[in-house]
Write a protein that binds this ligand. Structure first.
Ligand code: NAD
Length: 555
């Protein structure tokens, strides 16, 4: 039998008619397909959705089998996915998830890229990143709100509430990193965005995430300083390698106000591009001399971080943006690589204490009008949340949808359930034309253990305890999620994180309302519980005010 190849173009079915036996199965199928829609995925031919080589299915044979199986799956059955391959259908019960996914998990002592690569080459594993392998990636918008929260957090902490009159230098315009220019702009600032791949720059220009491209470093600085002086918010792309251009900034004595990075440094072999000579090509070097490639990638990351540290010493606000660049540099000999903080302890942890994190939803109708209706409904539901009001108003006006129309906003404990139930009512009474999928990133308040990112510098030192995401996975299943996933290595790479993903479906039925109210209460509740247990006063306060039952804390 010949191995099936990539279909020409994958696009999820739209509308209120389904071919699967229930809306959850239909939703899972559409979301898998949507993850691979060329408007959504970074490299659909290779099944790569985002984040280096984060994939939606192990190979095309597995993709086709998943789609076929979801179409025949009964409403009391559960499909098991092992690293992107459908391995079994079990009789469970109606309230059980229709799909359970485990992606990229390895026993801790074997949890390295080397072992993963061996298994991947043998066809036994797939890297699921966070929302790629769990079928709830919605394109660059998915991270835009979170990136905006981060830069707005930096603005509050260091620049009096706005990035107006500041210049940020960053790198990486990929699936996630591509949100940076627009997020900085939304927070009022100017940004220079270094990217090695001209196609990525082109893609961000097309989708209006990036405003313009400079012709070289000096030109970029000139433009940035002009906009800064005028107080204009604007984003500038710059073609080149961050490991060359950041040291060059140091050499010429230019210090931006903020410096960070979102190249795929979590994956030294496939994600981060070393400094290349004009006659060299990254793919050839990687395939012909992998050891040399790795060595040069590490050397480049060391140079990159040394430059960030020097810019910090000269007054720039530096923060790590969740790609494990500091650790790679430390492995390459930069002892003080962790002298600048990660973005979570720096700007996000307070939100996590309230169970606030990236809530997202997708209109299975395919009709942008459905998302506009949900935007209006949420503006009415949370009139007092000024950050939410500003974001949703902006997003409704400016965001170009990729694939199925979708929206994201940050909501907390005892908020997400309200939003989900409202959407379910809107499906039931016909205000929405078809069911809505509700999910979140694995980068959330209570769903991840990642000591260099979400759980960096926890108050009680519990950074590496991964009982929490496992409990979160179990809680989602026990609460009636549509599909649940447990992954390893998302964001920061193999060996550095474990995390769980939850998706629910609002199909307008009373059953869905019950499932939604439990899932969307308990899941963000895990964020409050995790942070209360670690001793954060804010989380303890939220637990008391919003009625959590925490026997070991007297709450
Ligand atoms: P991606 O692989 O789609 O994009 C990475 C980009 O970096 C590519 O466009 C690549 O060409 C560019 N690049 C690589 N090396 C470079 C170099 N030396 N100089 C300039 N450009 C270079 O990845 P993504 O989805 O954008 O994610 C980026 C990183 O952020 C990953 O490590 C990911 O795990 C991490 N991440 C962070 C968050 C967060 O919230 N902070 C969330 C998810 C992922």
């Amino acid at each position: 039998m010949t191995e099936p190849t990539a279909p020409p173009v994958i696009r999820a079915p739209r509308g209120p008619q389904r071919t699967a036996k229930g809306w959850i199965q239909e939703a899972a199928k559409r979301m898998l397909m949507n993850n691979l829609d060329p408007e959504v995925a970074e490299n659909p031919a290779e099944l790569i959705v985002y984040g280096g080589r984060g994939k939606a299915a192990r190979n095309w044979a597995a993709f086709h089998r998943i789609v076929e199986t979801l179409d025949r799956l009964e409403n009391d059955e559960t499909l098991l996915i092992q690293s992107g391959k459908p391995v079994a259908v079990l009789r469970t019960h109606e309230w059980a998830p229709r799909v359970l996914l485990a992606n990229s998990n390895l026993v801790p002592n074997w949890a390295t890229w080397e072992e993963f690569d061996r298994l991947d080459a043998a066809g036994l594993m797939m890297y699921g990143q966070m929302t790629a392998g769990s079928w709830i990636y919605i394109g660059t918008q998915g991270i835009l709100q979170g990136t905006y929260e981060t830069f707005a957090g930096a603005a509050n902490k260091h620049f009096g509430g706005s990035l107006k009159g500041t210049v940020t230098v960053t790198a990486g315009l990929g699936g996630m990193g591509g949100a940076q220019p627009l997020a900085v702009k939304l927070a009022g600032g100017v940004s220079i965005n270094i990217e090695i791949d001209p196609h990525r720059i082109g893609r961000r220009l097309e989708t209006r995430y990036l405003d313009e491209v400079a012709q070289g470093l000096e030109d970029a600085i000139g433009r940035a300083e002009r906009y800064k002086a005028e107080g204009v918010a604007r984003s500038i792309g710059l073609l080149g390698n961050a490991a060359e251009l950041l040291p060059r900034l140091v050499e010429i004595g230019y210090t931006p106000d903020l410096v960070t990075d979102q190249t795929s440094a979590h994956d030294p072999m496939w994600g981060y591009i070393p400094v290349l000579k004009p006659d060299e090509d990254a793919d050839t070097l990687r395939s012909e001399q992998p050891a040399l490639y790795r060595e040069r990638a590490y050397a480049a990351m060391a140079a990159h971080v040394r430059a960030i540290l020097e810019l910090q010493r000269r007054g720039a606000v530096a923060f790590d943006y969740g790609n494990n660049l500091r650790h790679r540099a430390r492995e390459a000999g930069v002892e003080d690589a962790f002298d600048y903080p990660g973005f979570v302890p720096a700007f996000i942890r307070d939100s996590f204490c309230e169970g606030r994190g990236p809530f997202r939803w997708v209109a299975l109708s395919g009709d942008p009008g459905d998302i506009r209706a949900t935007d209006r409904a949420l503006l009415e539901l949370f009139p007092e949340d000024t950050r939410l009001q500003a974001w949703l108003t902006y997003a409704a006006d400016q965001i170009t949808f990729q694939g199925l129309p979708a929206r994201i906003c940050w909501l907390g404990y005892k908020e997400r359930d309200q939003a989900a139930l409202l959407f379910n009512e809107m499906v039931a009474d016909g205000r929405l034309k078809a069911p809505v999928v509700i999910g979140r990133d694995h980068l959330d308040a209570g769903s991840v253990a990642s000591p260099y990112r979400e759980t960096e510098a926890m108050a009680d030192g519990s950074d590496a305890v991964s009982d929490w995401p496992l409990l979160n996975f179990g809680v989602g299943i026990a609460s009636g999620a549509a599909w649940m996933s447990f992954h390893h290595g998302g964001g920061v790479g193999l060996g550095f994180s474990q995390h769980s993903g939850l998706v629910a479906v609002a199909d307008g039925t009373p059953d869905a309302a019950l499932r939604l109210s439990r899932c969307l209460t308990n899941d963000p509740g895990m964020g409050v519980i995790r942070h209360a247990d670690a001793g954060y006063e804010r989380a303890l306060g939220v637990a008391r005010e919003r009625g959590l039952d925490l026997p070991s804390l007297g709450v």
